[in-house]
Design a protein around this ligand. Structure first.
Ligand SMILES: Cc1cc2nc3c(=O)[nH]c(=O)nc-3n(C[C@H](O)[C@H](O)[C@H](O)COP(=O)(O)OP(=O)(O)OC[C@H]3O[C@@H](n4cnc5c(N)ncnc54)[C@H](O)[C@@H]3O)c2cc1C
Length: 381
């Protein structure tokens, strides 16, 4: 079943992108996982070939491509491995802030380099003491002449090591009531005095993804790096988190599809008690259940993608898709590993890595508990 938003040109694009990944990503992915980082050279190749932020306006070096191209990129990257999530974040989560809220000067300065891969981006909301409770962040930005002086700490930041531009959520008015009205977004550049990176964090999964701590100690950020208006940061984040959650749902859906496919292949070639494992009815039923769940997830996520592309408000649906599909993918991962038997626990089998990688999708971009809180609010409870 092909989604209604996909046309022939998207399929051609998918084929070209997959060929690119077969040459530039699949052969090296295990090594990247061992080394704990995706090399910048891969980002540069993505940029050279038009696979970074293709939706950006031609005026700034992009291709003006619709969101369906982004969907294709997320799906194909996820098929290689979940550690490529940072590229998806750069493409469809961080760079859109610059395009939507940046001044003409900011767009001209940064967007072409986001497209070419010269600039890698990150978004820093979470702090050691505040994740879900975003309004409670304590990083401050105090205006001092033509600069903001930023103090605070961020953690769990995707692309934290590579990032040349970090969109930092900070309090320009720590006394605002309600507190979220005091949040602004500042673009902090790599060489900003007072901005340093901490550890590259050791994670359960996503081993090649560089997730890091960031520190700001009297970091002097030009006032011209403010994104949009002071005090509007929280609203900008809420608006853009819709696409972020959709991207997480798309990746989790793709991961679940990959895991079922790996498991099908495995049980069809593995034998026990003189039969193929796929011939046991209990195994067939479990695969039938998983196939049903991924079909339901696919139908729903495709609908949400269509609605998003039509510019509809998708707050409820995207929150539903994010929690349900990521939980479904976690169930699939556990079943898929079980059906691989002992080999499923061995690193040389892809399912082991998939099992480690999937749980975070229920945590980041807003935990699944927060998704349910949003849905409940939208239900007027
Ligand atoms: C690999 C990885 C990459 C990440 N990348 C980024 C990034 O690029 N940028 C960024 O800013 N952040 C990033 N994060 C942070 C992520 O978004 C947060 O971890 C997440 O939002 C949860 O915040 P927390 O960790 O502080 O958990 P907490 O908010 O402390 O939550 C702990 C538990 O309490 C639950 N909880 C909290 N409040 C409620 C409530 N009101 N009702 C019910 N349950 C509740 C949560 O759901 C969770 O189960 C990343 C995290 C990881 C692990």
């Amino acid at each position: 079943m092909t989604a209604r938003y996909l046309r022939e040109e998207h399929q051609i694009f998918r084929d070209a992108f997959r060929k690119f990944l077969e040459k530039e990503a699949y052969p090296y992915y295990d090594e990247w996982e061992r080394r704990g980082i995706i090399p910048r050279s891969f980002w540069a190749k993505m940029g050279e070939n038009g696979f970074l932020c293709p939706w950006v306006d031609e005026k700034y070096g992009g291709l003006n491509a619709d969101f369906a191209y982004s969907v294709v990129i997320h799906e194909e990257l996820e098929k290689v491995g979940s550690s490529l999530v940072g590229i998806g974040l750069h493409n469809d989560i961080v760079t859109p802030y610059i395009a939507s809220y940046g001044t003409e000067e900011q767009k001209q300065k940064w967007l072409p380099k986001c497209v070419s891969g010269e600039l890698i981006t990150a978004i820093a909301m979470t702090e050691p003491g505040a994740g879900s409770d975003l309004a409670n962040i304590s990083t401050t930005a105090v205006k001092d002449g033509d600069a903001y002086i930023v103090n605070g700490q961020k953690t769990f930041i995707t692309n934290g090591i590579h990032a040349d531009l970090v969109i930092v959520a900070c309090k320009t008015d720590p006394h605002a009531k309600p507190p979220h009205r005091g949040i602004s977004l500042l673009v902090v550049e790599r060489d900003t005095p007072g901005f340093t990176r901490g550890r590259k964090l050791e994670k359960v999964g996503l081993h090649a993804q560089d997730t890091a701590e960031l520190f700001f100690q009297d970091a002097k950020v030009p006032a011209s790096n403010l994104l949009g208006e002071e005090g509007k940061g929280f609203y900008y984040l809420m608006e853009k988190l819709q696409q972020e959650r959709l991207v997480v749902a798309i990746a989790a859906q793709t991961a679940a599809e990959v895991m079922v496919s790996l498991t099908k292949q495995y049980v069809k070639q593995r034998t026990a008690f003189g039969k193929r494992v796929s011939e046991f009815q209990t195994v067939q039923f479990r695969l039938a259940e998983m196939a049903t769940e991924i079909a339901l997830g696919r139908t729903f996520v495709d609908r949400v993608i269509e609605e998003h592309m039509a510019g509809k408000r998708i707050v409820t649906e995207v929150s539903m898709a994010k929690w349900w599909i990521t939980e479904m993918a976690k169930r699939v991962a556990a079943e898929a590993m079980q059906l691989h038997g002992g080999y499923g626990y061995m690193e040389e089998y892809e399912i082991a890595r998939r099992y480690r990688d999937i749980p975070v999708s229920a945590i980041y971009a807003g935990t699944n508990e927060m998704m349910k809180t949003i849905i409940a609010r939208e239900l007027d409870l």
